[in-house]
Write a protein that binds this ligand. Structure first.
Ligand code: PFF
Length: 461
């Protein structure tokens, strides 16, 4: 019985509901909303994607968010300790989840570092005319696709800045560090983003962009891959089944309206995501207008290429583009950073509880170790090329597996469903009926298993 050295009574707490909600929104709203969602939606049926997206949100996203909250709030520990308190053998699941989030943090930090560089580049539009050549050749310096371990200083410096910031915020603790950053950062992000979207909508061609984005391809609904994309997007975007929301809820006071907070967080996250889709596609509409092509003739509409190749090209074409660019990349940095610290908080709390360390010592050593790993992988060109593979594994396979194991164990093996339901209902105003257990215990895992099998088949073949 080594862990659990930190008595729950001594746990730090968020200062209140608002702090918790803002921090949870901060974790949810991240790179996933801005650079992942718009492209995924566009490729997976456009307007028709909203149907699988909403189904995934209502049948798995929100129910599993509640499950994460219930476990953390009831058992008051980061994922491994909370699961262990529920049932000793379940501790391993917590470690698996923390491992997944750790893997994500390593590359997530690299993308934030790129955004930080591009924030600076925006002021004088340093990327020039050939934005693809600039990103890959000059910035990332991926000239030789063979294995290279040369440190790329243009990435290494912002990456170091990101990790030092993480270390400082984490060392300050839950309320003074993480909560503070979110209380300032999230409203700021909201304002910045609203400004960007309004500007984007007033550009010529914006409406064509929105048409391209929202025009439904109903055939996509019959494609299982589209459904998989919707579920993965929801999990990643809500930060659920990573053990991170378990940790966040464990720092919430005992009397706290958990389910209502969860609804606010989920709604805010999806609104942000839709807004990002609208903003991004209005902007792409402008690009298509400028180049006198149709949107579907544009290339590079997803992932890192969208933000770091296509967007810079649009920004250069726009009147006052440098301001738009600076605000856009600053938004990416804020959104990403508030998510990154949530992951690191989960890892640091795990280490603290496992080894009975003081908060400071564990926060500093965890950030330092993650920084070193992230640094050694992602400041070299070979690491940069690995990003996609890592993302595929952790996001599509790892997270779905984690969600399945979690819901089946809690509901069917350990039979803690009713207990967790009454726990949430005792503190919350939005009451959960047995429908919640049906969603968590049956609907979600059945869907997820079908998807995982399909995914594995396509990965193998
Ligand atoms: N939800 C974040 C995003 O949408 O970018 C990413 C994320 C944060 C995933 C925290 C997982 C996590 F534990």
């Amino acid at each position: 019985t080594t862990p659990a050295r930190v008595a729950p009574e001594n746990r730090e707490t968020w200062t209140g509901n608002t702090g918790f909600i803002l921090a949870a929104i901060g974790s949810a709203v991240g790179l996933g909303n801005i650079w992942r969602f718009p492209g995924v939606a566009y490729e997976s049926g456009g307007g028709a994607f909203l149907i699988p997206y909403l189904v995934a949100l209502l049948t798995a996203g929100i129910p599993i968010l509640f499950l994460d909250y219930a476990i953390g709030h009831r058992y008051r520990g980061a994922a491994p300790l909370a699961y262990r308190r529920m049932k000793k053998k379940a501790e391993a699941l917590g470690w698996f989840q923390i491992m997944l989030s750790f893997i994500i943090s390593v590359y997530y930090a690299a993308v934030i570092a790129w955004a930080l560089s591009y924030f600076v580049f925006a002021f004088d539009l340093r990327w020039g005319e050939d934005t693809a050549g600039f990103f890959v050749g000059e910035y990332l310096q991926v000239s030789d696709p063979g294995v290279s371990t040369t440190i790329v200083s243009s990435v290494a410096i912002p990456l170091a800045v990101v990790w030092i910031a993480v270390l400082v915020v984490l060392a300050l603790g839950v309320a003074k560090g993480v909560e503070k950053v979110n209380v300032i950062g999230i409203p700021l992000l909201g304002i910045a983003f609203a400004g960007l979207v309004i500007r984007a909508l007033t550009l010529p061609g914006a409406m064509d962009g929105l048409n391209a984005f929202f025009t439904p391809d109903w055939g996509a609904l019959l494609d299982l891959d589209v459904w998989i994309a919707a579920y993965s997007q929801i999990f990643f975007s809500l930060s659920i089944a990573f053990g991170i929301m378990v940790t966040y809820a464990s720092y919430q006071r005992r009397k706290a309206n958990m389910t209502s907070s969860g609804l606010v967080v989920a709604f805010a996250n999806s609104s942000f995501e839709l807004l990002a889709g609208i903003g991004v596609f209005a902007t792409l509409g402008f690009l298509a207008f400028r180049q006198s092509v149709q949107i579907d003739e544009l290339e590079g509409l997803t992932g890192p290429i969208l933000s770091f190749v296509t967007f810079p090209a649009v920004i250069s074409e726009m009147p006052g583009g440098n301001i738009f660019g600076a605000v856009f990349f600053a938004s990416l940095v804020i959104a990403g950073f508030t998510s990154l610290i949530s992951i690191l908080l989960g890892v640091a709390a795990t280490v603290q509880e496992k080894f009975g360390l003081s908060w400071r010592v564990s926060a500093i050593s965890v950030s330092a170790v993650c920084a070193l790993i992230s640094f050694s992988l992602f400041s070299t060109t070979s690491g940069l090329l690995a990003l996609d593979t890592v993302d595929q594994f952790a996001n599509n396979v790892g997270i779905v597996l984690s969600a399945i194991v979690m819901s089946v164990l809690v509901v069917w093996v350990f039979r803690r469903g009713q207990l967790l339901r009454s726990h949430l209902n005792a503190v919350s105003t939005f009451h959960l009926g047995n429908w919640w257990l049906a969603l968590v215990g049956i609907v979600a895992p059945v869907f997820l298993v079908i998807m995982l099998v399909q995914k594995l088949i396509t990965l193998v073949s």
